[in-house]
Design a protein around this ligand. Structure first.
Ligand SMILES: [Ca+2]
Ligand SMILES: [Ca+2]
Length: 415
């Protein structure tokens, strides 16, 4: 029986391979492709597709400081706001099982600040922000996993509404833009673990609420969007900082927005962008879309489950191998919007979509064949090729996909 199955599989592979080879024009290949492509509706049950809800035990927060401590394998949550008026001062940690309150010490209550993990120094850094009744902050705080410390060092002047990211390659925290009352900045500052340095006053036009993520594969900080002032132009532009210069990337991307979320997925080698708002447009637009940037182009991907969010926390969680989104704000007036304490992960792949182009078809079978027998690239992430979910990618996954695509077999079930 196994022998019969083996020859059946080899036969199918040979037929498919010859079909591919025979498809000597792109048109022919596309036709073949369309014939065997599973419509996206049929993927609704695919567990690794779209956003997955994982936890709702955390405190409800808009604009929290949110970072991942790689050494402790914990998420860190600091401060944030309730419904746009009440600012909170506390620190929490998530240990993969539950959120635990840690301390009321640390940075005072504030909004419109960010926190990132400084991988070289193995701590989280928080800078500035805005606080009641109407003042801007310029303090630098470090969380080392046990306690907060205020660094009394020369720093950027007080500001809020900046973009913040960590450059792993150069071991620098990068801060861009922001505002101090009506003054809008386009300065680029970097933190090396000891001191702040003004690195550039050129680059993207001055703006508030841009967002930024470090693309580990290419060694660049990718910045998107923001707004020139509270009643100014909303940006939909993409920029890159390589540590020396800013370059605008001429690329079509998400609609202009601010207060969105960005993070890098180093396994899938994509920068992810989620949601955001265009709050100062008369239409008051709230986004719930997911985009990926691969260094060349932006592509909009289908994201299910998670509604409109802005000013949430988002970071890559190395322990989970996935991007995590935490809480944030939902649709509502600036005087009283809802805030959330739920957590979602984005595996970012379709089980069985070995070549990562968003659909499952014949080309994924040939991709796995190339990977297994012809030194081709591995699926990214590797789990995307494990169609039968047994923990490995091998010939049994090829037969599983053939059965799924051509014989009404079961849907792929990656772990
Ligand atoms: Ca595919
Ligand atoms: Ca398998």
């Amino acid at each position: 029986m196994l022998r019969v199955l083996f020859f059946f599989v080899i036969g199918i592979i040979l037929i498919l391979s010859s079909l591919i080879l025979a498809a000597d024009s792109a048109t022919k290949l596309n036709q073949l492709n369309e014939m065997t492509t599973i419509p996206s509706e049929a993927l609704a049950n695919n567990l690794n597709f779209g956003w997955q809800f994982i936890d709702s035990s955390g405190p409800k927060r808009g604009g929290p400081g949110f970072s991942y401590d790689r050494i402790l394998n914990k998420l860190v949550l600091c401060n944030g706001e309730m419904t746009g008026t009440e600012l909170i001062q506390d620190t929490w940690e998530w240990n993969l099982n539950e959120w635990q309150f840690v301390t009321y010490d640390g940075p005072g209550p504030r909004a419109n600040f960010l926190m990132v993990y400084d991988d070289a120094r193995q701590n989280s850094i928080l800078f500035g922000g805005w606080t009641h009744p109407d003042s801007y902050l310029g303090d630098t705080w470090i969380w080392d996993g046990l306690s907060w410390s205020l660094r009394d060092v020369p720093a950027p002047s007080p500001r809020a509404n900046c973009a913040f990211a960590y450059d792993i390659g150069r071991q620098r925290v990068v801060l861009f833009g922001g505002s101090y009352y009506q003054t809008i900045f386009n300065e680029t500052w970097e933190w090396d673990g000891t001191s702040w340095e003004l690195r550039s006053s050129e680059g993207p036009p001055p703006r508030i609420f841009p967002r930024m993520a470090y693309d580990a594969k290419r060694g660049k900080c990718v910045l998107f969007g923001g707004q020139s002032s509270y009643d100014g132009e909303t940006f939909g532009d993409t920029w890159e900082w390589d540590g020396y210069n800013w370059v605008q990337i001429d690329v079509q991307g998400p609609e202009a927005r601010l207060w969105h979320m960005m993070a890098n997925d180093p396994i899938r080698e994509k920068v992810l962008l989620y949601g955001g708002v265009n709050r100062f447009d008369p239409a008051d637009i709230f986004y719930n879309d997911t985009w990926e940037f691969d260094g060349i182009s932006w592509s909009k991907v289908v994201g299910t489950g998670l509604g409109s969010r802005w000013d949430a926390g988002m970071t890559f969680h190395e322990g989970l191998g996935k991007i995590v989104l935490y809480g944030g704000a939902g649709p509502g007036p600036l005087s009283g919007f809802p805030v959330y304490g739920d957590m979602w992960v984005y595996p970012g792949f379709i089980c069985g979509d070995a070549d990562g182009n968003g659909v499952i078809n014949l080309l994924d079978i040939t991709y796995i064949i190339n990977f297994l027998y012809k030194n081709g690239s591995a699926p990214k992430p590797p789990a995307a090729g494990d169609a039968n979910g047994n923990g490995a990618t091998n010939i049994s996954d090829i037969t599983y996909l053939i059965n799924f695509l051509y014989k009404q077999g079961l849907s792929p079930v990656c772990p």
